[in-house]
Design a protein around this ligand. Structure first.
Ligand SMILES: Cc1ncc(COP(=O)(O)O)c(C=O)c1O
Length: 505
């Protein structure tokens, strides 16, 4: 239950379940604590009560009971209170009312996320890739899916669409509200003003990487990729007939410890590796699998190189929501006017809010020219389109689900610390650099010499599926990626299994 104040009034929010119905409930009490109004924003029969009388007034068919309640109170809170005979029906400014209603709305939409309450038996019934690729005795800790329950605003918007059989054609891209939700979020989080007309809605980030490769380079042209890297980056280069220009992230090692700064972008070898046929930089920030969040000075140096070499930058920022304390996500396009004009920012709600199956992504173009070139290369219809559910869910994520995200990020940060501590004490032969973002630990298993690869070893001997380092680029075969986006209890089971396998090898 949460409480909010407005002048003499108290607003109490809780989440109720009664007689097969339920949802967020808002009670508004006067200065003596007497309940004057109650809005029960329930799934089947949303209604409100004047006083705490048993009579209630049904909302009727509204698209979203919380939106309806908040807009009614914004319009006429005083009028509703006056109807109950309440004398505390004014005495606040419009700004105060607005601030209280925003907080009330956020509480109504976001009950506690219950991240610890994950049932392995239920996870095993999921049909998604993570839980449906390996036999059930293997514990999956590989592909980028989280085990947590959905953010309530997303769950609810999907439930409501299904309840109303609202799965018709998606509305026209200009009217989805998705671009505007993206614009508002960029302004709020990064003080970045984006023009919604420069935003394309696509099905997924990898699709945008492929289209970008086709749009901004010719077969045989080079594309820079910082390795180790999320494997589809390689596919996007090779399958479009472009040449890979590999730029290895370096992780200097002093004794047994990695250097404090972690994986670094060393631009000198890159400068030497590129030529006039290098057209595109495929950039991943925050970086998967290392979890690096590149600092402003690093980004500026890279942007300067992109300017010198006249590259187009395809900046995959899908992990931007999962950045830990002490680090800051800086969209590449915000670095300078020049960087903006050559950058396609590609992102989605699918990582941060864990809805990758809903296939919805946005690409923002920093200039009309790169936007035009992107749209010319493949007919729009061939790109496919998003479904209504992805659209609803993404807007619900970006507009309403930040409290859930904050809870998840805090939980993941503790998991991150736990993994690092555990590996350093129980698996000291494995080097680990604390990730600054993402829910991946990039495990450097070189000293263990696990054959044929660490991921294969842990699959066979620990019954845990990790991602194989070899897929992240040549030279990374002795690494493995661990996904720690699960409950602490399940994470502990995974870690214990890894440690036992190493002890018994
Ligand atoms: C860096 C990066 N880009 C893209 C994706 C996939 O995005 P999408 O499912 O939208 O293609 C992932 C998934 O893990 C990722 O880590």
């Amino acid at each position: 239950m949460s409480e909010h104040r407005l002048g003499p009034l108290r607003f109490h929010v809780d989440h109720r379940h009664l007689d097969g119905d339920g949802g967020p409930s808002l009670r508004i009490c006067d200065r003596s604590g007497d309940e004057r109004l109650r809005f029960d924003c329930f799934r089947f029969e949303p209604h409100y009560h004047l006083d705490d009388a048993s009579d209630f007034v049904a909302f009727g068919p509204v698209a979203d009971p919380v939106t309806w309640t908040v807009s009614e109170l914004r319009r006429d809170l005083g009028g509703y209170l006056a109807r109950t005979g309440c004398v505390d029906a004014d005495g606040w400014s419009p700004d105060e009312l607005d601030e209280t209603l925003r907080a009330v709305e956020s509480s109504m939409r976001n009950p506690p996320a219950r991240l610890d309450e994950i049932d392995l038996a239920v996870l095993k019934t999921r049909l998604s890739e993570k839980w449906n690729t390996y036999p059930s005795e293997i514990h999956p800790a590989w592909v980028a899916e989280m085990d947590f329950p959905l953010a309530e605003p997303i769950r609810l918007v999907l439930e409501r669409a299904l309840d109303r059989s609202d799965i018709g054609y998606p509305i026209a891209p200009n009217e989805t509200g998705l671009r505007e939700a993206f614009r508002d979020r960029c302004l709020r989080l990064y003080d970045w003003t984006v023009d919604p007309r420069r935003v394309e809605i696509l099905t997924d980030v990898v699709q945008a990487l492929y289209v970008g490769m086709l749009a901004y380079s010719e077969p045989g042209d080079g594309a820079v990729v910082q390795t180790s890297i999320y494997p589809p980056f390689f596919d996007a280069v090779r399958e479009t007939g472009r040449e890979l220009v590999e730029h290895r992230l370096i992780a200097p090692i002093a004794g047994r410890e990695m250097n404090r700064e972690g994986y670094q972008l060393d631009l000198e070898p890159l400068r030497a590796a590129v030529d006039e046929r290098t057209r595109v930089l495929l950039f991943c920030n925050p970086h998967n699998p290392t979890g690096r969040v590149f600092r402003r000075d690093e980004l500026e140096a890279l942007a300067e190189l992109a300017r010198e070499q006249d590259w187009i930058v395809l900046s995959d920022e899908i992990h931007q929501d999962l950045v830990y304390d002490g680090f800051e996500h800086i969209p590449f396009a915000t670095l300078s006017e020049d960087a903006a004009s050559r950058t396609v920012t590609i992102t989605s709600a699918t990582k941060g809010f864990n809805i990758p199956g809903l296939r919805t992504c946005v690409a923002h173009f920093g200039s009309a020219e790169i936007h035009r070139r992107f749209n010319q290369v493949v007919p729009r219809h061939v790109r496919g389109g998003i479904g209504l559910l992805g659209l609803y869910a993404t807007v619900a994520a970006w507009r309403h689900s930040d409290p859930w995200l904050a809870e998840v990020r805090g939980y993941l940060q503790k998991n991150r610390d736990h993994v690092v501590d555990f590996v350093r004490s129980e698996l000291p032969e494995i080097r680990i650099q604390p990730p600054e973002s993402t829910y991946f630990a990039w495990l450097d298993c070189r000293d263990l010499e696990l054959r044929p690869s660490p991921a294969r070893f842990f699959y066979d001997k620990a019954a845990v599926a990790l991602s194989d380092g070899g897929n992240f680029g040549p030279g990374w075969e002795a690494f493995a990626r661990l996904n720690f986006a699960t409950s602490r209890a399940l994470l502990d089971e995974i870690l214990e299994k890894l440690a036992k396998a190493v002890r018994n090898r």
